[in-house]
Design a protein around this ligand. Sequence first.
Ligand SMILES: Nc1nc2c(c(=O)[nH]1)N[C@H]1C(S)=C(S)[C@@H](COP(=O)(O)OP(=O)(O)OC[C@H]3O[C@@H](n4cnc5c(=O)[nH]c(N)nc54)[C@H](O)[C@@H]3O)O[C@H]1N2
Ligand SMILES: Nc1nc2c(c(=O)[nH]1)N[C@H]1C(S)=C(S)[C@@H](COP(=O)(O)OP(=O)(O)OC[C@H]3O[C@@H](n4cnc5c(=O)[nH]c(N)nc54)[C@H](O)[C@@H]3O)O[C@H]1N2
Ligand SMILES: [Mo]
Length: 774
Amino acid sequence: MSDKGKVKEYAGPAAGWGALKSVTKSWLGSEKPVKNLRAMLKTNQNSGFDCPGCAWGESPEKGLVKFCENGAKAVNWESTGRYVGPRFFAEHSVSQLARQSDYWLEYQGRLTHPMRYDANSDHYVETTWDEAFALIAKHLQRLDSPDQAEFYTSGRASNEAAFLYQLFVRAFGTNNFPDCSNMCHEASGIGMTDTIGVGKGTVVFDDLEKADAIFVIGQNPGTNHPRMLEPLREAVERGAQVVCFNPLKERGLERFQHPQHPFEMLSNGSEPTNTAYFRPALGGDMAVMRGIAKFLLQWEREAQQAGQPAVFDHQFLQQHTVGLDDYLAQVDATSWDQIVEQSGLSLSDIQLAADMYRRAERVIMCWAMGVTQHRHSVPTVQEIANLMLLRGNVGKPGAGLSPVRGHSNVQGDRTMGIDEQPPAWLLDALEQRFAFKVPRQHGHNTVRAIQAMEDQYANVFIGLGGNFVQATPDTPRTHEAMRKCDLTVHISTKLNRSHLVTGKEALILPCLGRTEVDMQAEGPQGVTVEDTFSMVHISYGQLPPGSEHLRSEPAIIAGMAKATLGNHPIDWDNVIAHYDRIRDLIADTIPGFADFNAKLQQPGGFHLGNAASERRWNTASGKAQFKPCALPKQLINEGVTARGDKPDLILQTMRSHDQYNTTLYGLDDRYRGVFGLREVIFVNEEEIRRLGFAPGDKVDLVSLWDDGRERRVSGFMLVAYDIPAGQAAAYYPETNPLVPLDSYGERTFTPTSKFIAIKLEKAQEDNTIPSAAL
Ligand SMILES: Nc1nc2c(c(=O)[nH]1)N[C@H]1C(S)=C(S)[C@@H](COP(=O)(O)OP(=O)(O)OC[C@H]3O[C@@H](n4cnc5c(=O)[nH]c(N)nc54)[C@H](O)[C@@H]3O)O[C@H]1N2
Ligand SMILES: Nc1nc2c(c(=O)[nH]1)N[C@H]1C(S)=C(S)[C@@H](COP(=O)(O)OP(=O)(O)OC[C@H]3O[C@@H](n4cnc5c(=O)[nH]c(N)nc54)[C@H](O)[C@@H]3O)O[C@H]1N2
Ligand SMILES: [Mo]
């Protein structure tokens, strides 16, 4: 603990020895080291379980040991030797627990028993599964409309759980499916569906090995997708270009190494020359991509005049796209001044990036939250797609669009129908297969669900995994909305703050984790997931369950459904006895899953297929569609400017190295050199001084938004960091109180977590209670 509260520069490479050391620490800390080693060796193996870490996929043929630091931490965190049961809840009232930090709460261990909140004593008390299901049914049945219940999903839920959940909820009568995707890759789905006709990435793992250039935009793989470092490193070694766009100098992007190559870990990272690292303004990526397109257009015209080989892929453009002329007119109409101003890059930087793009025959563009959590994220994703279409970089080997997903099954959950705006074909298929009238009107997304609870329209909240009250924006306001509910229910593995922000009644339903054996009437069951490359595979838990009272997610959903609907529209117990029967229902209704159970026999699983990657375009025109959008007039939201005061900084909220979303494994952020604390804000040193402070000072962060509410977090330490002027970065979820609920992406409703206008004030108080404990 000697490092507590320290800030120092990280000197090592990414994912090298430092990662191993950190893995070992969390391994021993789990109190079940040997058992967990056995579990880890089974991670992502054919007969083992899918890593609960992230959605990154693997080449089925490659390598034996397929876990990374991230996965090791996730496995250990789930299979801890500490437990939270009736005794624990008898000792701690809910108000007492609410004063603990998020880190402390999850650290207490695995939930072991179904628990019911007793408002009189302010304690959770033991309950039975049957009583719990009956309480849920009672509350659901007495609603005036099924739309008064919200059914949240976090992206770890398996395909089987997700399919049963949407079936239950739609049979109950609503499409209210707020989910973590709403806060995550919503813009990728919407933007790509418009342009290329599918909302998923078009590349598979092998494409990364064939690409001449990989662009990594607004993503921090060293921390969030460590297994991606390996193909990036291989790409650099074979002379391909790796081109990064990130305002922060992320260690994991500057140097990458892999624990399975010990020799390379001895040298302190390679010094490749075929990489570039550009540092745009927050929200500047659309302007960057437009700038690259503008250079390409200029070079294309020059080539035509000089009779030189074309820059655009004319054959592809002609055969496969519509809207090129309108798009090029839009490119012409965008001024260089606006591009430079909004991108935050110099003209020569944009030219260099454009040249790297042009030189590569096969380009993959990857992106994550730095692109999707802005107001104009849909046009940004579309500009990436436009740029890729110009040179035919969609639907050929070694090229394509790759939104890198977060949660391990967030993509599969959508495929299974966790969607508040379900496509008509899905509803038709459900109606044909099952005997009920499917609700047709769109349901609530995450922001709308919070508003509905705030307005006391929605009275019941059920969460399949996740930590809703911490992951969502405007924390105090969201907590208040949640407390207005009559019933809140959380299906969870570990204690978190969402359990403590209760409705008048509340339930905690403890479930099996993915690492654990799932024994049902007809034997042990496996569940399936879909990774970011649309590979579907089956996963069997290996460890004995943390408690005999745990139930699987599908069994819990079936229990709620049976209590609420009876044996309608299916015999719920029957499908739980063997999950093959759930998969047969999926095969009947979801495209790409015909012969689902048979296909799972293939080692490594099967690919769902992606029309765009075969140059079939499921758009209205039947072709890939250029989307000409003007750059936003200004990046700052009117909700900010209406206040009249100018922001000191634009803040992005991001993940540290020791966290998985709202789950904190520890308080260190190794690559960024911060140890033992999370209430920090990274700002350029000159900027710190310009604002009248010094590094190490404690400040309050005040969010600017014109609705009369104060949004403040207190006692954050200023850390001098290599970050462009005018910008700041701090960790989520501690900074979620600063994100206004009404500040979200156009069409996506994704909170603008990467663009928050703030002012700094001298700290009013030193925050001894972590802000997360609001
Ligand atoms: N260890 C770990 N792994 C995870 C997670 C975790 O919390 N911990 N979470 C999982 C989930 S759900 C997700 S969605 C993914 C998230 O994966 P990431 O998207 O990598 O996550 P963030 O930490 O939000 O990082 C955003 C990155 O984008 C940069 N950035 C911010 N704003 C901008 C911008 O406007 N432009 C550009 N070009 N860059 C910008 C930031 O500097 C940062 O490097 O990771 C998944 N994997
Ligand atoms: N400011 C800001 N806010 C953000 C983001 C940001 O970058 N900035 N990122 C957004 C993004 S990308 C996402 S995806 C969301 C994440 O939002 P969520 O998915 O809601 O949050 P998590 O922190 O991943 O959920 C952690 C909880 O899930 C439960 N859990 C873990 N494993 C299992 C399991 O196997 N089954 C069940 N039933 N429960 C389990 C545990 O109880 C744990 O406490 O947050 C969003 N919020
Ligand atoms: Mo995410």
